[in-house]
Design a protein around this ligand. Structure first.
Ligand code: SF4
Length: 307
């Protein structure tokens, strides 16, 4: 598969997150597009703004923001910057394979460290362990934590859903390494995908695995589909799981599965969060942030769009 890396200069890096169930006010993304190619990826629509195809081009044409560390330094140095909560990787994975070559994420970490600006890093990649040295230094001086996204205990399901992302085993090993280095690591246990990785047994095994790896907290979530991501996912179901096509049409007539399904899974999540003691969601937030979210609060917010 041929990958096009398009190197560009950007004018700004920090972007405001207006609609989010999570407590992040700002996002940073050194790359646009993502080679990990997760079928359900919500960020696919961003390629249509570039007149590129959100299905194929999103996975093969990666925009590299070459000057992002320098522009971020200018933005964080402004007196008006109030050190609000930032997530690195709000749209596209900052540790996707392009980072091996460009090392922009590593430079961006140094900028956050220079300004002691609180940071969460979201990724699916064990490449983050490359930066344990700088992350450890940061954690001595400022608020920093990591959220690793993990969806499936079954290697087969993970390979189908996230074809070019590191395996679940590699991610679990990365979580252990980060925890051994004293870093806070939370898990985005998502998406739970109806009929593919969603049996109660599989979900519990995944909770057990992340608890054994030492994760501090978990935020679970069920597959949500809209726009370009929905089209891509429906094509995938047609190709890979044709027997599920009519079920999916019923289940996703709106953006989420039916309420009875969500309620049942949320009950399971709550039970498992308690059982495996993974409820320390407040470690996600720097102490100086006023809003104190809890898992219960977050799950309630997640269900806000209930039909
Ligand atoms: S790792 Fe994240 S950004 Fe990359 S394809 Fe998967 S969901 Fe999208």
């Amino acid at each position: 598969m041929k990958i096009n890396y398009i190197e560009q200069q950007c004018k700004s890096v920090l972007h405001k997150i207006s609609k989010s169930n999570l407590p992040f006010k700002w996002g940073v993304n050194p790359f646009r597009g993502c080679l990990h190619s997760c079928i359900y990826c919500f960020a696919r629509y961003t390629h249509s703004y570039l007149d590129l195809d959100p299905s194929k081009d999103f996975e093969t044409t990666i925009i590299v923001k070459m000057n992002s560390p320098q522009i971020l330094r200018k933005e964080l140095s402004k007196p008006k910057w109030k050190k609000e909560f930032v997530i690195l990787g709000s749209v596209c994975d900052p540790y996707q394979p392009a980072e091996k070559k460009y090392q922009l994420t590593r430079e961006i970490l140094k900028v956050f460290r220079q300004y002691r600006s609180p940071l969460t890093i979201a990724t699916k990649s064990d490449l983050i362990t490359r930066d344990i040295d700088i992350l450890s230094e940061m954690s001595q001086e400022m608020f920093v934590n990591i959220v690793m996204s993990v969806s499936s205990i079954s290697p087969k399901a993970a390979k189908k859903l996230e074809p070019r992302a590191p395996s679940t085993v590699r991610r679990l090993q990365a979580i252990s390494k980060l925890r051994d280095a004293g870093l806070k690591v939370g898990i985005l246990l998502m998406p739970v995908v109806p009929f593919i990785n969603d049996s109660d047994g599989e979900i519990e095994s995944l909770f057990e695995a992340i608890a054994n790896a030492g994760a501090n907290f978990v935020i679970p979530g069920i597959l949500y589909l809209q726009g370009a991501s929905k089209n891509r996912f429906f094509d995938f179901i047609k190709e890979e799981f044709p027997e599920l096509e009519s079920k999916y049409k019923q289940f996703y007539s709106t953006r989420s599965p039916p309420k009875y399904y969500r309620t049942k899974k949320q009950l399971l999540f709550r039970t498992l969060i308690k059982k495996y003691q993974l409820d320390d969601y407040n470690t996600l937030k720097p102490e100086n942030q006023s809003e104190q979210l809890t898992i219960e609060h977050w799950l309630k917010k997640e269900g806000k769009g209930d039909k």
